[in-house]
Design a protein around this ligand. Structure first.
Ligand SMILES: O=C(O)CCC(=O)C(=O)O
Length: 270
């Protein structure tokens, strides 16, 4: 039996399309996540960015890897149903924490989040991966947009730097160029969402988001988890996030002192 917040069809959609909507997964945690985002923005971490792109208006703040210093994020990671739901979507017997990401587009922010797959920025390889993107404000136009089935593409998409559009790594033939899903007629999945709803997507699912031209803020919390088959892999340069000093070797499971196992099917997670 799947987790009560999921149907068998949700799991099939996730496996087939690399994306599925889960209404209300964080509905009981919206105020906690808002408080965590406020704390994060009041005291940004070393990786925070305001993504100031020439010719654009507004402010697109993002920051990641703060859950160990922001108790509100740690509470939601531990107390919500996210890990149990992640296990069923991934078909995994365990769930390991990877990191958190906050993405806030203030009213009148014109910059889009460029189309990208998360996986190629990360040092993680494996099929059992999931990100939970949750708006903390109602969204329509500024929602997440995912290309159905892109997690099955044979080649990774070249990761790029969001402000300069430069390649994140030198491409020696291992990447495909960033496609234009609208021009190329790809199936783009997007939803009008309420605070606490979640889009679950695979690390290899191509996704992006429009700017926020509305008069309301668009705060979003993204939680990145991995399952049984996730292993450390090397990329052609420092990854994003970089996790300096990690000392892992290709093929190893992510070190559990930095990336704790937060759920197991036997119910014995730390
Ligand atoms: O919130 C956004 O604009 C993009 C989110 C995203 O790329 C992610 O959560 O991986």
């Amino acid at each position: 039996m799947p987790h009560p917040m999921l149907t068998e069809e949700d799991i099939e959609s996730y496996q087939r399309d690399g994306v599925v909507l889960i209404r209300g997964l964080f509905a009981d945690h919206v105020e906690t996540l808002r408080a965590g985002i406020a704390a994060n923005m009041a005291e940004p971490g070393p990786y925070a960015s305001e993504n100031r792109k020439t010719g654009h208006t507004g402010l697109f703040f993002d920051d990641y890897c703060n859950w160990t210093r922001i108790p509100e994020f740690a509470e939601v990671i531990r107390m919500s149903e996210a890990a149990a739901v992640a296990a069923d979507l991934m078909g995994s017997d365990s769930v390991q924490m990877f990191h958190d990401h906050v993405l806030v587009k203030e009213p009148g922010t014109s910059m889009a989040t460029p189309w990208h797959q998360d996986g190629p920025y990360y040092f993680v390889q494996g099929r059992q991966t999931v990100s939970f993107w949750s708006p903390l404000d109602a969204v329509s136009d500024a929602s997440l947009r995912c290309v159905a089935g892109s997690h099955h593409w044979p080649k990774d998409v070249l990761p790029t730097r969001w402000v300069s559009d430069e390649g994140f790594f030198a491409d020696e033939g291992q990447y495909m160029p960033v496609p234009d899903p609208e021009a190329e007629g790809m199936r783009i999945v997007e939803y009008a969402m309420q605070p606490g709803d979640v889009v679950a997507f695979n690390y290899r699912t191509l996704h992006g988001a429009r700017g926020n031209t509305s008069s309301a803020r668009r705060r979003a919390f993204s939680l990145r988890l991995v399952g049984d088959d996730a292993r450390y892999t090397e990329r052609p340069g420092p990854t994003s996030p970089p996790f300096p000093g990690h000392q892992m070797k290709p093929g190893q499971k992510l070190r559990e002192d930095w990336f704790p196992v937060i759920w197991t099917r036997q119910g014995t997670a730390a």
